[in-house]
Design a protein around this ligand. Sequence first.
Ligand code: ATP
Ligand code: MG
Length: 300
Amino acid sequence: MNHDKLIKLASHLAEPFCITKGEKFSLKDWDPTDTTGVKSKQHAQKILEARDGVLNHLQKKLYAQDRWAVLIILQAMDAAGKDGVIKHVMSGVNPQGCDVHSFKSPSNEELDHDFLWRTNRCLPSRGKIGIFNRSYYEEVLVVRVHPTLLRAEKLPDVLTTKHIWTERYEDINAFEEYLTHNGIVIRKFFLHVSKEEQKKRFLERLEDPKKNWKFSMADVNERGFWKDYQEAYEEMIQNTAAKHAPWYVVPADNKWFTRLIVASAIIQTLDELRLSFPDVDKAKKKELAAVRDSLLSQKD
Ligand code: ATP
Ligand code: MG
């Protein structure tokens, strides 16, 4: 499959899952088992194999041009496949041009700062792709589902009002607009797994000794708050989807499909930047030619 054909196909695959306007978004309209656009797993495999070359080529240009940065945000319930997606995307790119940051429960030092502080320090520099495994969006997800976490953030009481979530959406939107104005392109992915599929994956972790290490009691506890999380995700997307920073709601019950859609969306994003290798001016070309001649004339 040639590059142009694959890029076209990637856009076609990713488009249906992209949300740029959230007002009418309702999670119940989105099916975690959906595999729209792909005939079979084999078909997906073929596309994924071709994808590596394209992604690598686009990333090389991003790096060489050194103007844009790309920020990829991954959010999901446990066992939705974030790790697999990251491994997969990383396998297609040069590790020098791609950083991954995971955000877990905040440390004491992090709790002593505003909520964007820790992520702000990990933003990708120009020419790079940054992947956030969880992000500042946890501040309107887990923190919303468990209000005790908000108390641990030590905000002054007068600022902890019922408006806090709306204020956080506003702050996140303003922050993402600011990043966009600075050449950091944001793409956000919610890996949408069903409750049944999560149960299946947890059971696999319990039953397969090679997967035991992945099992965490905390994950099962969070499962008890499933409905609250779904509501928090829905409201987050309603309030923070934007043309410049869209949410992709990626069906996550089939891992191969999840990877395909995320990879496709990244290819489409890079392609839309119309990247090119930096131009070499006349003087520089002359200099390169002279060095080449000199090297060729050397005996050893
Ligand atoms: P994995 O389980 O695959 O290693 P993970 O991202 O689930 O990856 P864990 O260490 O299991 O990592 O969980 C991290 C936990 O930290 C999650 O439960 C998440 O909700 C929580 N967390 C992340 N950011 C915040 C935050 N700002 N405030 C409170 N909790 C947070
Ligand atoms: Mg976990």
